[in-house]
Design a protein around this ligand. Sequence first.
Ligand code: SF4
Length: 960
Amino acid sequence: MPVATEPDISRHLSVPPADEVKTTTCYMCACRCGIRVFLKDGRVNYIEGNRDHPVNKGVICGKGAAGIMQHRSPARLRAPLLRVGPRGSGDFREISWEEALSLAAEWLGEVRRTDPKKLALFTGRDQSQSLTGWWAMQFGTPNFAAHGGFCSVNMAAGGMYTFGGSFWEFGDTDWDRTRYFLMFGVAEDHASNPIKIALGKLKKRGVKFVSVNPVRTGYSAIADEWIGIKPGTDGLFAGSLIHELLTTQQIDIPYLVRYTNAPWLVIRAPGAADDGLFARDAAGNPLVHDKTSGGLVSGLSPEIAPAMSGTFRLPDGREAVPVFQLLAERFLAETYAPETTAKETGVAAATVRRIAAELAHAAFKEEIVLDIPWTDMFGRRHDKMIGRPVGMHAMRGISAHANGFHTARMLHILQILLGSIDCPGGFRYKAPYPKLAPPFLKPRGKPGDVQPGKPLPGPQLGFPTGPDDLLVDAAGTPQRIDKAFSWDAPFSAHGMMHMVIANAARGDPYPIDVLFMYMANMSWNSGMDTAATLAHLTDKDPDTGEYAIKRIIYSDAYLSEMVPFADLILPDTTYLERWDCISLLDRPISEPDGPADAIRQPVVKPDRDVRPFQDVLIELGARLKLPGMVKEDGSAKFPGGYPDYIVNHERRPGIGPLAGFRGANGGDYGRGAVNPRQLEQYIANGCFHIHHLPEHMRYYRHVNKDYIEWALDKGMRLTPTPVIFQLYSEPMQKMRLAARGHANLVPPEGHRARVEKYFDPLPFWYPPFEGAALDESEFPMHAITQRPMAMYHSWGSQNAWLRQIHGANRLFMNRARAVSLGIADDDWVWIVSHIGRVRAQVKLMEGVNADTVWTWNAIGKRSGAWALAADAPESKRGFLLNHLIAELLPEQAGGYRFSNSDPVTGQAAWYDLRVRIEKAAAHETAETSPRFEPFMAPPGVRAPSASPRPRGEATSGARP
Ligand code: SF4
């Protein structure tokens, strides 16, 4: 076996590793850790964590340290490219930036002059969405979103509609105080270093950590208890925990009375236009039955003793019942009894009962009391802060199912029943959260909002609270290309990026003239049904011979699988070569103790003819004369590009992309005049800023008077309204009433039953759609992906160091289940779904649910992509499950096909995939399948001379 030569490290021990060290922010995954980059002779020599940084406190992960190789990747694009061969061939010629920008401005200008909605601007995991969204708004198109719709919008929307927050960027567990931690479906890519640091803290304090996940890898591997649940049944498990807490009466009733809509009265008037809405007084306040006075009073009055159950008469003689009673009726039903749920979830009834008892014990028997007086928005003075020290966290594992929105709601209701939202030891918001539940922002793009040559009157994304907020016409036709905010997915708060290409190719609901995408590998690991997506990208109009999607502009730093499908490539820089802004206007890096934001600074200059995408967007905005991007005389408002914009752009007076160092001399926080030295001051501070909140503002921020008034002053809240947790969602009931015909805008006939069912104002569990639509005996297994510690989606495959850890992927199977199917370790199998077959090699393991197979996400690569060698293991031994995931659900009566998404939010249902496993024939054991034709590499992008082999196999001895 060839052995790699050891590097000569003695040289490095005697020579200083750097002649300069610069701070910036990592971009090897989405966590945005602070890093220190060591530069030697102008080259990046070493990367370490920044000890002062609030996110990672000096910790660096394997990906972050391997940023050097991302920066030196052979797959970096080198110059703007114009397609000269057929779309998909990869045949490009290099052009100048002037030619590229003129062409882009010409294509975009024509669209803006005629019909701005014919531009679709969608971005992947970019971290400048407050710029890209604002740019698209000024352009006038409703067709903007980022990757959230195919990532974890169910988590985000489920939380925002329930308690004005969510996990990860929106909030976190109180790691230093929690006494019990329950985690659902979290892979190692979300909150990567922060979760590792946090779990370390829990281990040190001996706090019990329970992980609910079909697969025991990563974080689950170090859990004290692993619950290998069946995919898509987390909601049922959460529902059974709620059942058990209600049955044993271990819930925080005073918390529910004070901070939730549990006592609010719901009208019971079947058939009426207001059935299921809250009973309200003349001023619009929700009514409760006050046990002290015996009458109906405003539920927002501070000193009341509201009834939580019973039936009450409204002044008009109709009946109403408290939300809590409806909630109890829902979850005390047999459906959620642990014995019932065990059959579906695979979690034994005794386990449910024990976990519920442990949660209750931590919440009520290990109560935390902090002697910190505070005042709530109702004027009540509290001497202490009471903590219910139960922490929870969840991400894509529960989110990427067609039932993920309701599952997220159930998890949050579980937290709320325990009284553990924004309290010591519980979940804690991160500024600018909490927002109202749901936030006040409404999506724009209704008929009439889109005008030639005009900006859109508001942002494209938001939170509908009733049918009138939907982006549909009177007939119910969607107004966005992805059909977000239509009757297909009314609360699609992050858009539905996974449907853009298919809909645009079909011209459904209308054709797109320019598809403009940024770092979104839609033709490969970010798209469903890969073969169909590739066909959509190259479909032609049979009459004109033109591509169905007329023009595609794409920006990426690397030769991803999406590049060959663009007509014009605007090459981006690496993250070490540009300015960036991690903004409170977007998805900040705040900590529970205080809001934080950050910048990236270019630590090296590009050695290629590439430009930061954000600079390019700003320049295109100026060329198109978009409002806010040009001065009155028509000249560019931000001639210095993105850094100029970061410092000088004001979204509202005194509110800009960065909250720190505002005001003429940098002394203001949050709101303040433009500070020309702001970036300099961020750099001097390690490229971040954190504002530490005083103790009395660190908890109960949904109702904390001092915090809310402070947040209002700093522009983080728009109103001083307290955030009342919505156990029962009235916006959902309004959609339901529309399905019954009680609204100005009602769903088309074929959508009504679906809206009626899934817009239940109380959460409920239903089986994921794909499994429900298929014969279980034909497709008995669930197939899901996990993300490894060492890769972030597809980003690591051109990284010479990280490829050596994950150069190929296997299909992991439960050992006992495999044996029962006659499958042995290392066998090759076909993974068969209802739309296709993928061949892969198996690896058997114990730590996986018996009905589940899984693999690492995005390791498989198309030949020709990422400057990998023709025989790269990623393409010969790697594979994707995406080939097997249908983009549409089976046809329903009337012929309509809904997208393979959650019916509430449109979240892509990646993890609903059902398959069967068949042993491959003896001659089918050399390579994974399907293989797609290699495409040409653009000028200047070449594969390295040698390629590493997957772990466990002989290495070539090649060095990067
Ligand atoms: S966790 Fe993510 S952001 Fe942090 S160092 Fe690792 S790759 Fe970079």
